[in-house]
Ligand binder design. Structure first.
Ligand SMILES: [Zn+2]
Length: 186
């Protein structure tokens, strides 16, 4: 059985069902993808494998660009598609923990990001396949979309520190980068 493409950390099955094969790792009796690629669950020899695409591995200190996938209470998932200065497109899930969003205290990540926003972030910690990125300092949202109508947000002229929708005028907050709107590299 050959099916879809999986991402690093995607759940593949249990060790009762399969042997963890090439491109996978097992943790607490569960098998996960160690690389992005094509998932193969072979019922004949009971092996779960992932045939990986070659990816430039992220390293600490890199500046990356990605799209906000999910926003939870304590963390934001950022799907990184680009490393600054490197042409190859990638596809790596990273996390922005609430404490790594801003230099000042952030109560709710939901106040600082919107799903679909484009973000510039710095890789601060790599632990196995878990990558933490930060939007402190001059990192942050570089393009944001209105939560009400999905059109572009621009820094508001009327309300300092707020972002304003170009179409419906909705005011929102974001943790923006100082070069907000400069997405030439994306
Ligand atoms: Zn709007």
């Amino acid at each position: 059985m050959t099916d879809d493409i999986v991402m690093i950390g995607d759940y593949l099955g249990t060790i009762e069902e399969f042997l963890p094969g090439e491109g996978t790792f097992a943790e607490d009796g569960k098998i996960y993808a160690a690389v992005c690629g094509q998932r193969t669950l072979n019922p004949k020899n009971h092996t779960a494998e992932v045939e990986g695409k070659r990816l430039p591995k992220l390293t600490e200190g890199q500046v990356v660009f990605g799209e906000v996938m999910t926003i939870r209470k304590s963390q934001v998932t950022l799907l990184v598609s680009k490393i600054k200065g490197i042409d190859t497109l990638i596809d790596e899930k990273t996390s922005i923990y609430v404490s790594n969003i801003d230099d000042k205290y952030v109560e709710k990540p939901d106040d600082m990001f919107g799903v679909g926003d484009l973000v510039k972030a710095k890789v601060i910690k790599i632990n196995g396949n878990l990558v933490d990125v930060s939007t402190k300092g001059d990192m942050g949202v570089v393009k944001a979309f209105c939560k009400r109508c999905r059109n572009d947000l621009i820094p508001s002229k009327k309300k300092k520190g707020k972002m304003e929708c170009v179409v419906c005028g909705h005011l929102e907050l974001r943790k923006t980068a100082p070069d907000y709107g400069d997405i030439a590299e994306l």
